[in-house]
Design a protein around this ligand. Sequence first.
Ligand code: ZN
Length: 444
Amino acid sequence: MDMSDQKRMGEDYASRDEVLAIQERKLQQLGQRLQGSAAWQKHFGAAGISAADLTGRTALSKFPTLEKADLRAMYPYPMLTVELEKVMRFTATSGTTGLPVLFGFTARDWRETVVKQLHRIFRTVGIVPGDKIYQGYGYGLWVGGSSMDEAIQSYGAVNFPIGPGRSDLMPGWIRDHAYDATTMSPLWLMTLITHAHKLGIDPRKDWKLRVGLFGGQSVSTTFRNEMEAMMPEGFKAHNIYGTTEAGGPILGISCEHSHAADEMHLINDDSVLTEILDPQTLEPVGPGEVGELVITTLDKEASPVVRWRTRDLVRLSKDPYGCPCGRHGFPLVGRIIGRSDDMMKVRGVMVFPSQIEDVIAGLPGTVKEAWQVYVDSREGSMDQIEVAFERTPDASMPSAQMEEELRQQLRARLGLTCAVKCYGEGLLPRYEAKATRVIKRQQP
Ligand SMILES: [Zn+2]
């Protein structure tokens, strides 16, 4: 370990006061930088404020939030803030809910900032240089795979940039290449485990995987526990969280202690400042309360964001700065409860897909990665929810009994009566990346 390694380790264990002081200083610098940007000055000006007023955290709370519509209105290069020639590469949002939005990275953004942020995540989950990593995130404009490549390689780990897919090949490769760690969607790993069993490979004995960084969607604790039980002894499925707007999968990661409680550290809060705000009032929420993550990039040169509304809802931990791991500068939050976009209002009741997932995952004999919610709206009548799930062939309960059980549990949990339909294994859609769990159907 050389001096710079020690310094980086030290930063991981910065006190909350030290992190707040860094935020204060970087916010001032950001304010100075944005004074030179016509687009940002226009955005702030519409709220009667100027970039020059951005002097620290207290000042930040008076700044307007930034939404997708703001960025779309500035097509094709919203809030770029550097000359186009200075951009090393672009990434884009997935565009699942409309036109993709492009975000630029300067060489420094890409090779220093993102890499530094991801290296801290690697250290938090115990990935070490020399580890063999199966990189399973997608490539192209999506930030996931390519940012991981950059970080894995510069960390001194061995990169296998496979991307998503190849379910017939991968169970054997995981065994023969003896990967130590992987980055992918948790649903994809579940699919690979199922394929492995079909190929006569037992992941518990034949694979060496020690750690997984699972992003793209969050899964219930039950799902995760079941998945871990089918993996080699000691395997940890860590939740990782990030967004394109933040500059990569760099916002949240669970540590060795918070993993069990299903909580993540906002691990780069000294580089991407996170506020957790009530989605209606935009006031900060207290420990134990649910709020929306709102982010401000402090180090990004191209396409920075100030108070970007992620629409992701999390619960701030009851004890955000008390994790036994010692990373007290970086608050703990629970897994993503849902997106305010995904929130369904059915007959006046607020429903999150994650609540439905919890109920399905809690019933023995269900296939954890395959389920769908259909919302049927009919002109002149109330919305109906239909929940579709799969039954494993060896489930002890018959289909009709499982349907009835889920119907009762969903009513207890959501306060709603749902139609519940059981399917055989493999009949519902599978998703390699972000799952589309809620499908709206217009009835005649
Ligand atoms: Zn911790």
